[in-house]
Structures are given as structure tokens and as C-alpha cells.
Design a protein around this ligand. Sequence first.
Ligand code: NAD
Length: 479
Amino acid sequence: MQQLPAQWHNYINGRWHTGQSGNLSVENPADLSKVADISLAGPADVEAAVTAARDCHNSGVLPAMRPVERGRLVRKMGDYLLANCSEIARVLTLETGKPLAESAGEIQGAARYFEYYANQAETVDGRSIPLGNDYIDYTVYEPFGVTAHIVPWNFPVEMIARSVAPALVTGNTCVIKTPELTPLACTYIAKAAEFAGLPEGAVNILCGYGHEAGAALSNHPDIDQIVFTGSVQTGTLIAEAAARNLVPCVLELGGKSAAIVCEDADLDTVVESVRWGIFYNAGQVCSALSRIIVHRDIHDELLQRLTQLAESIRIGSHDETPDMGTLVSMDQQRRVGEFCQQAIQAGAIATTGGTAPDRPGAFFLPTVFSQVTADMAIATEEVFGPVLTVQAFADDAEAIQLANGTEYSLAGGVFSNDLQRVMRLSQQLKAGQVYINEWYAGGVETPFGGTGKSGYGREKGREGLLNYVHSKNVAIRLK
Ligand code: NAD
């Protein structure tokens, strides 16, 4: 297999750049070996990238194109990702510890965003508003201009695609701040932009620390719109920066999502959903199914089956073709371990897992907790690891109280074949998206986001497209 380059770079104004803040070493969480160095961007690099994006926007090339032409460029970016999927997936696996199949799935998912929003490019049309015979009035949608995209490490390439594709098809330019733990595969987005023939400065990619490059970007007075995906703590800083500059921002933050499992639910379906819901990407998913709230009549049976499921999941590094890879870093392993220790001290019982396995690397055992009460941190705070809690309910009112009992409201779910009950429960769930009888049901086409500590604004679907435009009304007085 081809050797990876030892040194990777930032991408500004159509060229690869050495950053002005030295280098960052990227580590493989499976064996803690060094994968490569990447140039670290500092405030001066942010300045250069924002200037390049502004100049590109001011050139008027992208806004002047027919939307179908912008759509074709964006579609080509997805084509590039698919054509190079195995190479990019390998890089992504080395820096994240994901199984290769999951990395390939992420690259295909990223390509799907480029496909979907390329198709949507021609649908952003205005309307004509009747004002009587003496006026003609119409609206048009215009791009904001320079958009900032700050992404986390859990699905770095897919998160970039999710916001950059709609930003570009609507005629904006982009400055992307990649996560410091997993910046390498993200650089292929720049290669995709080059392959597609986007104008220089339309896509700029910087790897830098959050408190330096991230802060410089989100506070920059020449940014017109910000999309942030990450933690609540950083999201609050981004919202403050956006408020100071009076620019719109979209915040996709964390979650502590619950599925209500009714006594008539098909338990095979529930187990399969839990497999993906909490063990995919080692549970490092904002909309992970981290809590099961099950009717007390089937609590013991389901708990036993979920414990068996967790014990059947083989963890390993990518050459062991595992079911589940590592967490992203040793820090993340420590954090997940501390949550589990705290839960055990508070009286919860780990029916399986609860610790890191006895092997080097950032692995964590698939974990199931029972005897969890609503006041425990393990029931209310985001762990961001392969840790599931199981709680029992007696009636639907209690199920809703437990499900809605956190400050997050990203996703929620119901497993039942009783349509009336499903509809009632879905009406009462506090969540941006509700999954019925399949966790993660939906797709690129369906809007995604939350309220409360899960953030605000929506990505994906039509809603995601409209984040990047503002309407202009033109009223014409006729003689
Ligand atoms: P994080 O907030 O620490 O970092 C996210 C990004 O913000 C990184 O690129 C980081 O460098 C940058 N950043 C950090 N400090 C900054 C600052 N002061 N100013 C500007 N940028 C800064 O989050 P993380 O640990 O990388 O990711 C995990 C979190 O992301 C979890 O809470 C998870 O739920 C959330 N997440 C949410 C979604 C969603 O769609 N809702 C998706 C994925 C992850």
C-alpha cells in the first residue's frame, strides 16, 4: 500500500500552504503511533483564508453562474470523493480509529451531500408578491458571502460536506476549520474542489487549534455566516462571536437521546437499532441512542439481550476488521471511563463493560448500564462513547418524563407497532427528529438539529440549503 506523505498542509486561495504556527502531529488512536504532521494555522493564516474567500466572492464568479452550473461543480466534488474513497477512508481510519468500513461509509455519506445539494441548486427560487396593478414585486435569494465552517472530530469529512455543499451551490465561499485530532482526511475536500474546477478562494481549509484558529475565524469581522458543529461549551463561544459581529450562525451541539420501547415492540428491531445507535463510531455520534427507556414488563428480557449484543461486538484496530474501533484519543477514553466510574459509584450497575479493555490504544468496552436513576450524570450528560443506559417505565407519562429529562433535545425515538401510541409519544417527545422503529431513520434529505443545549438552526434537507441565503425583495412602482 502507498506510503502516506509525512507532511500535510493547509489550503488557501487554491494553493497548499505551510501554516505560520508550526506543526501538529496526528496520532493513530489504535496504537498511538504518529500518522503524519500537518501545518498548523494561526491567526495570520485565518486572515489569508478569509481574504481569499472574500476576494473570490467579490469577483462575483460564483453568484453570477446559473445555479445548474454551480450544482455541476459541487456534484464533481462528490464524484472525486467516491473515486478516491478507499484512499481517503484509509487516512480517516488511521487518524480516527474507525473500522475501514465505517470510514468508507463516511466518505460515501459526504459524497451524498454533494450529490443532494447539487440537485437542489436549481430549486432556490424567489416569489412574486401581488401589490395591485401599480407595482411589480418579487423576491430573490442571495448568498451571504463568506461562510465559516468549524467541525468536530467524530465525522470530520461528512460534517464539512454537510455545510459546504449547500453553501457552495447557493454561491457562497467557504473557510473551513478542521478538528485538530482528525485533520488529514479533511484535506481531500480541497482536492475535490480542485478536481471540480472551483475558483481559487472558494474553498479554504485550515487545521488549527480551536482557541487560536477557531476563535480567530469565528470572531473575524469579515465572516458573513457561521456553521458550527461541536460541544455546548464551544457553541456558546461561537454564538457570542456571531452576536458581536451580528451574523447568523447555526449550532449543531450535543445530545442525550432516548428511545422509548413499548411492550409490543419487536425486540429484534430494537437490538439492531441499538447496535447502530450506540456502537457505531464507538458511540461518538451526537444523535447516538444513548438511553433506552423500556416498559417494565419487558425490561429484564431486553436488558439481557442488549447485554448479549454488547458482549458480541468485537473491538479492534482496522487490520483486525472489527465491529467497533477505538475512541478518538486517550483523553476521550479517560473521559468515558470517568463517566462510567462515577455511574458505578452512584449505584448504577454495568451489566457488561464499564472500563477500557486490557490492551494499548484508545479502546473502550461496549457498555450497558442498568439500575440507572434520572438524577445520575450517566442519564443526563453526553458521554460520547459506547455507553448505553437502560431505564424502566410504568406508563407513557413516565416514559416521556424520563425521555425529556435532559437539557438536550436532539433526537428521540419510539419502538411500537401501536400507531395511536406512536403518534401520541412522538408529539410529546422533545426532539428535533423522532425515529420510529429504526434509529437514524431519515437521510440527507431530512432536516436535522435540535433545541436547548443541542443548539439551534437546522442542517440537511431543504432547511439546510436556506441557511446560506437571505431574501431580497424588489418592489417596482409602475408609471
Ligand atoms: P469541540 O467543541 O471541542 O470542537 C469542535 C470544533 O470547534 C473543533 O474544530 C475545535 O477546534 C473548535 N473549537 C474549539 N474551541 C474553539 C473556540 N474557542 N472557538 C472556535 N472554535 C473552537 O467539540 P469536539 O470535542 O470536537 O466534538 C464533540 C462534540 O460535538 C460533542 O458534544 C458532540 O455531540 C458534538 N457534535 C454534534 C453534532 C451535531 O450535528 N449536532 C455532530 C457531531 C458532533
